[in-house]
Write a protein that binds this ligand. Structure first.
Ligand SMILES: C[S@@+](CC[C@H](N)C(=O)[O-])C[C@H]1O[C@@H](n2cnc3c(N)ncnc32)[C@H](O)[C@@H]1O
Length: 283
């Protein structure tokens, strides 16, 4: 892939998803775009990009952008964070709701392991909480996989304790499928986080993990403002354990790296007035 081709793709991805593509990602991007080129029946990635330069078709643009996004994820990724969510935050939040019902947003949910991890935590509580999970991602393909709830042996070995595997999954040939009661707890939404999120409603727990660090400073500011607006007055916001977002003064650390609790007594700073200090991912 030539530097000009990489620049072209990087500009598309920045404009459409707010994601930064670094110069050392050329091999990764070319590998990811190979299947798109084959679907388009063009002889290779350079021909695919030339086609897009000649005719900027929105459907093909979206496919190219989606193909470049990193969907790395796993069950209970960052164990300490999930332990705190399961043992402390979900029970505390549920106890504060008269009907015990909670709404959870997973923003940038990839292939679904994060949303299903929350579903398992809620189901395994001593007093199980009635939890509705809305899981959002840019990508159509990861969401299709998430919806099936079907994971390979390799995927369930990454982070999922055997006790929970046996309790919540059925073995289907060589794969494992999460059970219907947990699948029914999650609503999967194909949505760009740069778009208006108000239609999703308000949430008690908002996860946006390992997404912000890949965004441009402008996109981070925009997404954070939307996520803050989606938080109920005492909601908990969860970012990646190594991400340090520029949250408004209404949020304070909540006991584990990446966990932030909104204080109902501190009014959030209006998003237009917040200082855009970029979230960053430590090496
Ligand atoms: C590295 S994965 C993180 C998955 C999960 N949150 C975790 O921490 O394991 C990042 C996800 O964010 C999604 N994403 C990136 N930019 C997005 C955008 N602008 N709108 C919606 N999803 C986006 C990608 O498609 C990808 O699935």
């Amino acid at each position: 892939m030539t530097p000009a081709d990489l620049d072209f793709v990087a500009a598309l991805v920045r404009a459409h998803a707010g994601v930064v593509i670094r110069a050392d990602k050329a091999f990764f991007i070319e590998t990811r775009l190979g299947p798109v080129a084959r679907r388009e029946k063009v002889p290779g990635v350079p021909a695919l990009l030339e086609k897009l330069r000649q005719t900027p078709d929105p459907v093909l643009t979206r496919q190219v952008v989606e193909a470049t996004l990193m969907q790395e994820t796993s069950f209970f990724r960052d164990r300490a964070v999930f332990e705190r969510i399961g043992k402390v935050l979900l029970p505390e939040l549920a106890a504060r709701r008269p009907d015990g019902r909670l709404r959870v947003l997973c923003a940038g949910c990839a292939t679904g392991q994060e949303a299903y991890s929350i579903a398992m935590l809620a189901t395994d509580l001593a007093a199980p909480a009635a939890v509705e999970i809305v899981a959002v991602d840019f990508g159509q393909f990861p969401l299709e996989k998430a919806r099936t709830g079907l994971y390979t042996h390799f995927e369930v070995q990454r982070g999922l304790p055997i006790r929970r595997l046996l309790a919540h999954f059925d073995k289907i040939d060589e794969n494992w499928r999460i059970r219907a009661d947990l699948r029914q707890m999650v609503q999967w939404v194909e949505l760009n986080l740069l778009d208006d999120l108000t239609g999703l409603g308000n949430f008690d727990l908002v996860l946006c993990r390992n997404v912000l660090g890949s965004l441009t400073p402008e996109a981070q500011t925009r997404v954070l403002a939307s996520l803050e607006a989606a938080c109920r007055p005492d909601a908990v916001l969860v970012v990646g354990a190594q991400e340090t977002p520029a949250l408004s003064a209404a949020f304070r650390p909540a006991g584990s790296p990446g966990l932030w609790q909104r204080s109902p007594t501190v009014a959030p700073v209006p998003s237009s007035a917040s200082t855009p200090v970029p979230a960053r991912t430590q090496a």
